[in-house]
Design a protein around this ligand. Structure first.
Ligand code: GLN
Length: 535
């Protein structure tokens, strides 16, 4: 029988339900259980693919091509197990299914209502991933905060499901904030009490209270929370702020979280917890031997969440190089011929980020010209790779108006053009080239050196591609295609072999980097940035 853990949030948003869920899953995995995490988001978009990163942070893409919430990235980075279409569900998707069924006549004669039809569909989806037979435990995170109007059907569905699953088969973990009032020098439990009261009003009783706090919780606070929130004393779990999200699992283990959860679910402890590899990672993270300064050129740089997976990939690959990576955010729209040397000149390497639309792209092209001419390690991802191709066309091939048809439909030299299969697509949602595709690497190449194999698969999210009509011209001039999709010949990687490290990739390597498997291209890029002798 699969066991279910639900994670809800109270008092405030952004408390880190995703990191908590991922950390708990990691600890249970360390005890020998196979665990997956899914997220139910209360907004009406069918998926976050149509949302601006300023609204919602990065859109994370799974192997099977789902456009999902960035928390799924945390789940994969912590667990080292891929998620899928099933692991992220929104209100929009739930309603879409129910309304389609209504039109098909599934409910003929009946009034279709939130309870039971919407809640039934939520419960069905909550149990879907368990049917794969791959997991002992399914953790379900409910987006938003208990009490929000839009999350009510999810809370109600959890209430029903907890009852249906019966004793010892499910747990509700409620994550709240224990604020510190500086003037009174006191931690306050009242907001948590109110939040739990509200939950009880919906008929849902939390089993564990997870307390986000800046200061240690004393015995008195723990006792008070246990009493007023009606949970066992060992079910009040402190989640104190840490400098790294990767330190959270062990911090929660100190609170006995994994043992308490297993006990409550009536699951055996399975001996000792194996967190060896994780601890080794944390030790290296805490004591880097080297430092590199890498520029991240993008148009959403003021919002860390917009490039979450890139930030995390640098942490993983940094650790594997025993190196601390200082990421310096550079707004592409601010870069000009006049300030590019001053902005990029001192950096050990530059990554040009993915993106859509034309804001800031001339700045990206200016950056790439400077990096190419000054032999500074360059890593271009998706739009970053496309800009590298445009820069080469303009400044090396001499095709002055070379462009992507995404930005200039009328260019005489469309070196980046819309993919053939995309041209007939009218609807915007979920229609990009998404998910995992194969790529065959050339030997020798920087990419091959990094991966150590010629057959790779990587995840995608784009509508435009390198235009193969210009391939001969590019190759002759020294921009080499070193990775090709074996089925359709699409150029997935470009490199300049004479450059120290100049690699542009059409795919998103950042989506596959995990704590235990840092991505080979990020590892190789940092290595190149560390090799200062040829600078
Ligand atoms: N806008 C470009 C395209 O659609 C690049 C997309 C991206 O960087 N993810 O092809």
């Amino acid at each position: 029988m699969v066991k279910y853990i639900f994670v809800t949030g109270g008092v405030s948003s952004s408390l880190g339900k995703g990191i908590f869920g991922a950390s708990l899953a990691k600890l249970l995995q360390g005890r020998g259980y196979s665990v997956t995490i899914q997220k139910f988001d209360p907004y009406i978009n069918v998926d976050p693919g149509t949302l601006n990163p300023y609204e919602h942070g990065e859109c994370y893409v799974t192997e099977d091509g789902a456009e999902t919430d960035l928390d799924l990235g945390h789940y994969e980075r912590f667990l080292n197990v891929p998620t899928s279409q099933m692991n992220n569900v929104t209100t929009g998707r739930i309603y879409q299914t129910v309304i389609n069924q209504e039109r098909e006549g599934k409910y003929l004669g009946k009034t279709v209502q939130v309870i039971p039809h919407i809640t039934d569909e939520i419960k069905r989806r909550m149990q879907l991933v368990a049917q794969t037979g791959k997991f002992h435990i399914v953790i379900t995170e409910i987006g938003g905060t208990v009490g929000d109007i839009e999350s009510l059907p999810f809370v109600e569905a959890v209430r029903q499901l907890v009852r249906e699953l019966g004793p010892y088969n499910s747990l509700v973990c409620h994550l709240t904030l224990i604020p510190f009032l500086a003037s009174a020098k006191e931690l306050k439990t009242k907001p948590t009490q109110h939040s739990v009261n509200q939950m009880m009003g919906y008929g849902l009783k939390p089993d564990l209270i997870i307390c986000r706090t800046e200061h240690e919780l004393g015995e008195d606070i723990r006792n008070k929370l246990s009493l007023f929130c009606n949970v066992d004393r060992d079910c009040v779990i402190q989640a104190i702020d840490k400098s790294s999200i990767y330190a959270v699992p062990l911090e929660l283990q100190n609170e006995n979280l994994d043992r308490t959860v297993l006990h409550k679910l009536s699951l055996p402890n399975m001996g000792t917890s194996d967190m060896t590899a994780w601890t080794e990672f944390l030790d290296k993270l805490a004591a880097p031997k080297y430092t590199v300064n890498i520029g991240l050129v993008g148009k959403y740089v003021e919002l860390q969440d917009a490039y979450k997976s890139i930030h995390e990939s640098f942490i993983h690959a940094g650790v594997s190089n025993l190196c601390k990576v200082n990421l310096i955010s550079i707004h592409s729209a601010d870069l000009t011929e006049g300030n590019v040397a001053e902005t990029l000149g001192q950096l050990d390497g530059v990554l040009v980020a993915p993106g859509f639309g034309d804001r800031g792209i001339e700045g990206k092209i200016t950056a790439i010209k400077y990096i190419r001419e000054n032999n500074i390690p360059f890593f271009g991802i998706c739009l970053g790779m496309q800009m590298a191709v445009i820069e080469y066309a303009r400044n090396v091939l001499g095709l002055k108006d070379a462009h992507s048809t995404e930005m200039n439909k009328k260019t005489a030299h469309p070196v980046i053009d819309m993919m053939e299969e995309q041209k007939k697509i009218k609807k915007m949602g979920g229609t990009m080239r998404l998910g995992s595709y194969a790529c065959l690497l050339n030997k020798p190449s920087k990419a091959y050196t990094a991966y150590g194999t010629v057959d790779i698969t990587e995840r995608h999210r784009h509508r435009f591609e390198y235009n193969n009509k210009f391939q001969e011209q590019f190759e002759a001039a020294g921009l080499v295609s070193t990775g090709i999709n074996p089925e359709n010949g699409l150029v997935e990687i470009v490199e300049i072999p004479t450059h120290k490290w100049f690699v542009g990739v059409q795919f998103h390597p950042e989506l596959k980097s995990t704590v235990l498997n840092p991505h080979p291209l990020f590892v190789a890029f940092i290595k190149a940035c560390l090799e200062k002798e040829s600078k």
